[in-house]
Unconditional design. Structure first.
Length: 280
């Protein structure tokens, strides 16, 4: 009967550490997006490199001392190449395919999750390239990307607080036992409120903003769940311990990666939709 009281101080400490880390990362991310150019490039490149190393660590494990650096090098090169060519989507596609083939081939030689390593070739290229492409190439990219960041941040915060406060039925126990329906709905509610604020600031149809906010929130939570599934598949708790309270770069950016790719897809294939939210 003492377990809840024993766990409570630890949970409080974890929350404070998580909040402190977020208080540093969120302004830094917003500043990089606001500045654009070289600041955005180097910030995104650093995140992509760390994510590539984390993916290699998770999928390859501690063994395979020869092929593991090869896989890491291929994934890092692919991630950096994608960011550097973000404004040329065709080049990003070629880089992603080559990265997947080379990294997957090395993993096949090591007989260690070749399909997952190959997937990493796409997972570590398209989202980071999409992030930079939105800011630098899309009409009103700065405003759109700041809104995407805000929606993902508040979704994460709302989901964490609602899940911790209300608990209840698990959202996907087969993939992430800690996620709950209360958390998912809390994230959606917070995203809806922020979407309304974005609409008031930038103009456009209120219902369109709410729909966009909810869509970003759902995609962000799906990205978070996808990474949880992969961590369970690889048998690891966190991608790394580089960010206090959050785990690794992939643990922190999984939702933003999915949301950025989704937003870039909408802007590319359905640009007319942005007219309803006061952009484009």
């Amino acid at each position: 009967m003492t377990r809840p009281s024993d766990d409570a101080p630890k949970a409080d400490r974890n929350f404070l550490i998580r909040a402190a880390a977020a208080a540093v990362m969120a302004p830094a991310g917003l500043w990089a997006v606001y500045a654009g150019g070289d600041v955005l490039f180097w910030a995104t490149t650093a995140c992509a490199l760390i994510a590539a190393l984390e993916w290699t660590r998770m999928a390859m494990g501690p063994e395979h001392r020869i092929l593991r650096p090869v896989v890491a090098g291929v994934l890092c090169a692919g991630a950096v190449g994608a960011v550097a060519n973000a404004q040329a989507p065709g080049a990003v596609g070629i880089i992603a395919v080559l990265t997947a083939l080379l990294a997957g081939g090395a993993a096949a030689a090591a007989r260690r999750f070749p399909a997952s390593i190959a997937f990493g070739g796409f997972y570590l290229t398209f989202p980071f390239a999409a992030f930079v492409w939105i800011r630098e190439s899309a009409p009103e990219g700065q405003e759109i990307l700041i809104c995407v960041l805000a929606l993902v941040f508040v979704t994460d915060i709302g989901a964490y607080l609602a899940g911790r406060g209300f608990g209840g039925p698990r959202l996907a126990p087969w993939g992430s036992p800690n996620k709950t329906w209360a958390g998912a709905l809390g994230g959606l509610l917070c995203a809806g409120l922020v979407a309304v604020a974005c609409g008031r600031l930038l103009g456009g149809g209120l219902l369109a903003w709410i729909a966009a906010g909810l869509a970003i929130s759902i995609v962000s939570q799906a990205g978070d769940l996808l990474e949880s599934v992969f961590k369970r598949h690889f048998g690891v708790k966190d991608a790394s311990g580089v960010i206090p309270g959050h785990g690794g770069m992939l643990d922190r950016l999984d939702g933003l990666m999915a949301a950025s790719l989704f937003a870039a897809g909408v802007l590319t294939f359905a640009p007319g939709l942005t007219a309803h939210i006061g952009a484009g």
